[in-house]
Design a protein around this ligand. Structure first.
Ligand SMILES: Nc1ncnc2c1ncn2[C@@H]1O[C@H](COP(=O)(O)OP(=O)(O)OP(=O)(O)O)[C@@H](O)[C@H]1O
Ligand SMILES: [Mg+2]
Length: 257
């Protein structure tokens, strides 16, 4: 099966070749870890394919100008991509998005068909949590979104904001259980410096890398070049996913037990 490239070669390797077509991917991370940058990268990678795969970015409650400015600081001209007709950007509310997804005549559905959209990114799914306080309703709502996107045959990247340092704590609506693929971005404090790390926690129907990798974000003038650079797996550390300050070498820990 042809995989869907994330736009980041090392991440594709971690995913054993890329995302599954028409799958749902949840990218969870704390504020500023790079979630929106991953979404840009994923959509712009689609535009670079031959033939190109059109993309749609749905932003909730983000000011359009700040989105264009953030992309420009990384060397991406979103307006130029939009002018090419290969990238669509929608600024909407969770309520309108939900309604539009189930309505064949909505602007959203028409755009998906008219522009032959194949990749979609939602920034972020966390905005849907304010539609209900009921956990079952929220899960049902997430299912409606993910199934609606899958029904259209799109590969969906869903961003999820989190503040917690412990990824094992249950989340409202159990979104991580619903999606096909779960990626986690983390801040790590290593040797008194804050670094970013990524790991693949889950990937249905495929093997994947289970290790934690450092990554960094760098601007580039080349539209198609990756802005996210993933390094080799971190070795000999413990407690990284919990965001602990960590200098313990696992073998030392074992030897003192
Ligand atoms: N031009 C740049 N060069 C290097 N790093 C950059 C550049 N522009 C932004 N960054 C880094 O990217 C981070 C923001 O990334 P991004 O907006 O993708 O994060 P996010 O997880 O979506 O944040 P939020 O939770 O606020 O939506 C900044 O905090 C900064 O560290
Ligand atoms: Mg963001």
């Amino acid at each position: 099966m042809t995989r869907i490239s994330s736009g980041i070669p090392a991440l594709d390797e971690m995913l054993n070749g890329g995302f599954m077509p028409a799958s749902s991917i949840l990218l969870r991370g704390a504020p500023g870890t790079g979630k929106t940058t991953f979404a840009f990268q994923f959509l712009i990678e689609g535009l670079c394919q031959n033939p190109p795969q059109s993309g749609l970015l749905v932003a909730f409650e983000e000011f359009p100008e700040s989105l264009y400015r953030d992309a420009a600081s990384l060397g991406w001209d979103l307006k130029a991509f939009e002018s090419s007709g290969l990238l669509q950007i929608m600024f909407t509310s969770p309520e309108v998005f939900l309604h539009s997804l189930s309505s064949p005549e909505s602007t959203l559905t028409r755009r998906i068909h008219d522009y032959n959209i194949q990749r979609i990114a939602l920034d972020s799914l966390t905005h849907f949590t304010r539609l209900t306080t009921n956990t079952h309703e929220l899960r049902d709502l997430y299912n409606r979104i993910i199934n609606g996107v899958r029904r259209e045959g799109l590969t969906g990247l869903y961003l999820g904001e989190e503040m917690r340092s412990d990824f094992t704590i249950d989340e409202k609506g159990r979104l991580s259980f619903i999606v096909d693929c779960l990626l986690l971005l983390r801040y790590l404090e290593i040797d008194s410096a804050v670094e970013r790390a990524i790991t693949v926690l889950k990937m249905r129907s495929s093997d994947h890398d289970k290790q934690i990798h450092r990554f960094n974000i760098e601007a580039s003038d080349e539209p198609h070049a990756p802005r996210i650079h993933i390094g080799p797996a971190l070795q000999g550390k413990a407690g990284l996913l919990a965001g602990l300050t960590e200098r313990r070498i696992i073998s030392n820990v074992r030897s003192t037990q």
